[in-house]
Design a protein around this ligand. Structure first.
Ligand code: DQA
Length: 150
């Protein structure tokens, strides 16, 4: 969408296997299903959407850096790097755009090692526990912030 603000949605490791990965925890939707739903919501909000997934920490860091140049807002599900990556935290700290941390599962109701997030301290807000809807809620939150800014 020409001239529309672009919202980036970045996904970390193992999220490419949604649908077959622990469906009791993450639901039956694939990442492509979630991307399709995000595209619909973005279109309705007149936002452009950049949706990516990687299994590599360095690539995720590079994309976060790249989003500085072209994103009006960022939703990020860093997967397991949420709980381990100072590099992801530091990259997010470089951004001045709104950041929403996203998780399909409620990380606070799961194993203790998932209760700490390196993303949270760099994020504007956190949405977790609503399955694929967490992404939709994150886009709505970003849209509200971006609309208020303009
Ligand atoms: C996740 C939660 C993380 O703890 C886990 O490592 C994931 C997915 C979620 O979306 O619920 O890969 O980020």
């Amino acid at each position: 969408m020409a001239n529309s603000p672009t919202v980036w949605v970045l996904n970390g490791p193992n999220l490419n296997l949604l649908g077959e990965r622990e469906p009791d925890t993450y639901g039956g939707e694939t990442l492509a299903d979630i991307e399709k739903r995000c595209a619909k919501v973005a279109k309705q909000a007149e936002l452009a959407l950049e949706f990516r997934q990687t299994n590599h920490e360095g690539e995720l860091v590079a994309w976060i850096q790249e989003s500085r140049e072209s994103a009006a807002g960022l939703a990020i599900n860093a997967g397991a790097y949420t709980h381990t990556s100072v590099a992801v935290h530091d990259a997010l700290r470089l951004l001045t755009i709104p950041i929403v941390e996203v998780h399909l599962s409620n990380i606070f109701a799961r194993e203790e090692f998932r209760h700490h997030s390196y993303v949270s301290a760099a994020a504007t807000g956190v949405i977790c526990g609503f399955g694929g809807d967490s992404y939709i809620l994150a886009l709505q939150a970003l849209n509200n912030i971006i609309s208020d800014e303009n």
